[in-house]
Design a protein around this ligand. Structure first.
Ligand code: ZN
Length: 271
């Protein structure tokens, strides 16, 4: 599937501009996965986001620049990331560009096995790839931890997923700024499955469900969480200031008689 499903960038009509990035290899390689997601995982997610009124484009690994050109990133309010078998093929230069856009206010939603992606590890500053896993199609209950959080809006207490891959703690992330969901699995493990982080001006949400072999992104409650997360991750206001520069005082103050500034003190102490 090509990029730019809808073409627009959302700047003119007020809609949130979302780019859904998918590695898009499982669906091409395995017929049984293609049967679950005939349009790819990105196509499924793009469809329900567009139905929610968002301005959606898609991008995939094998496209030029992985579909994430400077123009696409610049026009993107919120980027969604699904990857699994080819994290190592994602260019470090593109990862740096995504990282810089997050610092500058682009929202990022990392799904399922994206926990081990280069971009999520870089933003976490830790080995977020570290966790336990088991692919037995067991039951998952996604419990709401933070009932007042906008990402949980419209979800009644919990989401029951009939069949999922298990992820278990300990999960190698830094302590989330906000924990919205935690999961229980039939085999007994638990997992922090809905985690918010803030990095620079950007908001990041990690959401665990979404193993490619099960139709998880077809579930209305899961779609609701991702729609909520996009709205949350698009920061309503981004403070405008220039990073990394010295600035003049906002309020006037008088200097001591001995020196006129700390800078001068430093300079005089070196002579
Ligand atoms: Zn998986």
């Amino acid at each position: 599937m090509g990029a730019n499903e809808s073409g627009g960038n959302g700047k003119g009509n007020g809609a949130i501009s979302v780019t859904v990035w998918n590695e898009y290899l499982h669906e091409v390689k395995y017929p049984e996965i293609a049967a679950v997601y005939p349009k790819g995982i990105h196509g499924c997610i793009a469809d329900f986001l567009a139905a929610a009124g968002m301005d959606v484009r898609t991008a995939t690994l094998r496209e030029e620049s992985h579909g994430l050109t400077d123009a696409v990133l610049e026009a993107t309010d919120v980027l969604i990331w699904w990857g699994h078998m080819a994290h190592g093929e994602v260019s470090d230069a593109i990862v740096q560009k995504v990282f810089d856009r997050v610092q500058d206010g682009m929202g990022l939603i990392v799904l399922h096995s994206g926990h081990a992606s280069k971009i999520f590890q870089k933003l976490c500053g830790s080995n977020s790839g570290g966790l336990k896993w088991r692919e037995d199609g067991e039951k998952e209950i996604v419990w709401i931890i933070d009932r007042s959080h906008p990402i949980a809006e419209g979800i009644d207490d919990k989401i029951l997923i009939p069949h999922e891959e298990m992820y278990g703690e300990p999960f190698g992330i830094p302590a989330p700024d906000e924990l919205v969901f935690a999961s229980w699995f039939e085999g007994g493990e638990i997992f922090r499955s809905g985690c918010c982080f803030k990095r620079g001006k950007g908001r990041i949400f990690y959401f665990r469900p979404g193993h490619e072999a099960f139709p998880v992104y077809h579930m209305p409650e899961i779609q609701r969480v991702i729609i909520n997360a996009v709205r949350w991750a698009k920061a309503p206001y981004v403070a405008r200031f220039i990073d990394g520069h010295t600035v003049t005082p906002v309020v006037e103050f008088s200097h001591t008689a001995e020196f006129h500034s700390i800078g001068e003190l430093h300079r005089s102490s070196k002579t």
